[in-house]
Design a protein around this ligand. Structure first.
Ligand SMILES: [Zn+2]
Length: 224
C-alpha cells in the first residue's frame, strides 16, 4: 500500500443563520449566559472545530448509506471497502483487524476569515460582545407559561476558513472517495452544524470551493 497523493479541498463556510457550537459553561456566572459557544483559547474568537464538522459529515453519511447501527453508536466495521470507515476512521480494535490503512480525511478547525474577524470586532466595540443572544421559550401546554433560556449564537453572515485534506492510497478509488466527501458536504449544507438546527440554528453554505486549487463548480457538490 502506497500513499499516492493528498488532495485538498478549501473554501469558506458562511453561517446563513446564527450558529451554536457549544463550549463549556463551567466558568459562567449565575444569571449570565448559560449556553456559551466554543472559542479559540488563543484569541477568544469563535471557531468551528474540525471534529464538529467531521463528526457531522460522518453521521449524515452513515444515515445516508444505511450504516447507523441499532444502538446509535458511531459506526465501525472491518469491511475493507466500507467507505465510512475508510474515509473517517475505525475504532482501534477494528482498525487492527481491517487492512484498509489509515483514516483518509483530515478536517481542520475552521477559523474566522479576516473580513468576519473585523466585523465581529466592530460588533464587540458597539455592543460589548461579538455574538448574539437569542431567547428561546419552552411553553407549558396547560397554562401557556413560558420558561425562557438564553442561547448564545455566532451571528449570521460570519465566515470561516474551510480546509479538508484526504489521503489517496494506491488501492483507493479516488473518484468514489471525492464523491463521498462532496456528498457529506452537501448533506451538511442541507442540514446544518452545531446545536438547535431544528429551531433554526446552524444553517451554512460553502463558498469559493476549490479542489487542489481548482474551482469546484457551483453545482458539482449538489450532484451527489
Ligand atoms: Zn464501516
Amino acid at each position: 500500500m502506497k500513499l499516492d497523493k493528498i488532495i485538498e479541498i478549501t473554501g469558506e463556510i458562511e453561517a446563513l443563520t446564527g450558529l451554536r457550537i457549544g463550549g463549556s459553561s463551567n466558568i459562567i456566572e449565575i444569571g449570565g449566559n448559560d449556553n456559551p459557544i466554543i472559542r479559540n483559547p488563543q484569541n477568544n474568537e469563535p471557531y468551528i472545530p474540525g471534529s464538529s464538522l467531521k463528526g457531522k459529515m460522518r453521521s449524515l453519511l452513515e444515515w445516508n448509506k444505511g450504516k447507523v447501527s441499532g444502538d446509535g453508536k458511531v459506526h465501525s466495521c472491518i469491511e475493507v471497502d466500507c467507505p465510512i470507515c475508510k474515509i473517517f476512521g475505525r475504532g482501534a480494535e477494528d482498525a487492527k483487524r481491517a487492512s484498509s490503512g489509515p483514516t483518509r480525511i483530515t478536517v481542520r478547525d475552521a477559523y474566522l476569515v479576516e473580513e468576519s474577524r473585523k466585523r465581529l470586532q466592530r460588533m464587540k466595540g458597539i455592543q460589548g460582545t461579538d455574538t448574539e443572544m437569542k431567547y428561546e421559550n419552552s411553553i407549558n401546554r396547560l397554562d401557556s407559561s413560558a420558561t425562557p433560556r438564553n442561547v448564545e449564537r455566532v451571528p449570521a453572515g460570519t465566515k470561516f476558513e474551510f480546509n479538508i485534506t484526504c489521503k489517496i492510497f494506491s488501492d483507493d478509488n479516488e473518484d468514489e472517495i471525492i464523491k463521498d466527501i462532496y456528498s457529506g458536504m452537501k448533506l451538511i449544507s442541507l442540514d446544518g452544524v452545531g446545536g438547535g438546527i431544528s429551531r433554526g440554528n446552524g444553517q451554512i453554505k460553502f463558498n469559493n470551493l476549490k479542489i487542489n486549487g481548482i474551482d469546484i463548480g457551483e453545482d458539482e457538490i449538489k450532484l451527489y
